[in-house]
Design a protein around this ligand. Sequence first.
Ligand SMILES: NC(=O)c1ccc[n+]([C@@H]2O[C@H](COP(=O)([O-])OP(=O)(O)OC[C@H]3O[C@@H](n4cnc5c(N)ncnc54)[C@H](O)[C@@H]3O)[C@@H](O)[C@H]2O)c1
Length: 504
Amino acid sequence: MVASGARKAAIIGGGMIGGGWAARFALMGWNVRIHDTDRDAERKINAILESARAAMPGLWDVALPEEGKISFHDDLAEAVEGAEWIQESVPERLDLKHEVYAAIQSACTETAIIGSSTSGFRPSELAEGAARPGQIVVAHPFNPVYLIPLVEIVTGPGTGEARIERIRSTLRDIGAHPLFLRREIDAHIADRLLAAVWREALWLVSDGVADTAEIDDAIRYGFGLRWAQMGLFETYRIAGGEAGMRQLLTRLGASPNLPWSKLTDMPELTDELVETIASQSDAQSGRHSTAELERIRDANLVSILRGLKTRDWGAGRLLNATDRRIDSAPKGLDALSLTGPLPTGARAVPLDWSDHNGHMTEHRYLQAFGDATDRFLGLVGCDAEYIACGHSYFTAETHIRHLAEIRAGARIEIDTQLLLAEGRRMQVFHRMWESSRLVATAEHMLVHVDLGSRRAVAPPADLMARLDKVAAAHAHLPRPEGAGAAVGRPLDRKSETEAGPEAD
Ligand SMILES: NC(=O)c1ccc[n+]([C@@H]2O[C@H](COP(=O)([O-])OP(=O)(O)OC[C@H]3O[C@@H](n4cnc5c(N)ncnc54)[C@H](O)[C@@H]3O)[C@@H](O)[C@H]2O)c1
């Protein structure tokens, strides 16, 4: 189903980068219109979308909006009509980009933002001869656009504060991190840094110091890990010891080894050097197809990003902020009807939750159901504030039934029925759905605990009253199929008692 009234984006040039933008906008609920002169673009974009659907929604711990509608248009004017954001991602040729902006500006609204994915051009170059120069800004993303949050924004004198604010809020809305450059410069910030490392890497191969695999190892076993979470300066600050950056700079300034770098000149890419690098790369990575490498890359990136999320640090902090912004789930009982099970979870299955069988791995069911229990407890008032005051529920027993396979990227919803709330004990029954398909259930017995004595105690009257209210409403619901079932033997409690444990 497509969300009605969705915001509209147009993608002009749907290659690797345009396809990534299309996926990010659409998975964040925008309707996306794509114009590309290549007839094969639709097939390529569908492949990018498939990868993005598996990887991107699971970055967050709440459900994203309904996916927007994606359409392909031979006519550029039709694609940009009514679009709020138009992202140009045609090949890196200035004359071609100028041609495209002229066509866009003769058909789009004056309020639309035109972002260019250009890796190298400045906004002043892009806007040469444009009808409305201030409308065109650099919005430089990183591949894969649907996972890497950074977008470098370079504006010009005509951009204006109001447009800058809209750029900031729009990119935030699609889960990206806009980095505004203070002034324009060829290749912006990140590609200049990458160019320096790339140049040194080419020299190291050219001089026979290292091959491509050794250089990659120097990055991925070493400083690449540091860079992903702290960047350059914060990492070096630690290297400076207690005195921090000043100490580091003083020490480095006195180093007799500098300069280590070849600094500015590039090795000539002779046929021989090209062949050396290409054959080393074949030896290093040729056992994987490009599509396989893309899948490996996406899974690794999701794991890293979600790892940073648990640390609420760097790019993970951005993901947490987006969770809070898009979480529309009710926070208390007042906003809910108690006549049915309560909604206690809606999310996509993260890519790093799937196992070698290609479906959600066992312990992630417990994670999803554990989160649902937390959400249920929050709804009845046993939230972080309550726990900070010295009481909580501990889980004493769990029984999970795995009823159907579920894959990465799939949207799951969990609802919860309260089976029992008596004194210290509470019993809940969760159902996990993918659309109308029941994929798993979980039954938990919880005990209310005094966190000081670590002993089971009855909950206070106000919490008990809220639980009684839910329990009274849920008493009218049929007992869920599977409640009270023993492992491998779905018996009701009576026959279980009568039969006793099976002899074998
Ligand atoms: N590849 C990267 O890693 C990367 C990263 C960041 C930014 N960029 C920038 O993004 C832009 C696109 O790069 P890419 O790697 O996606 O290239 P690409 O070759 O994969 O895609 C370009 C697409 O534009 C289409 N196209 C060509 N002329 C067109 C026209 N007149 N109208 C509509 N579509 C047209 C092509 O058919 C193709 O599908 C470039 O400016 C590049 O510098 C690339």
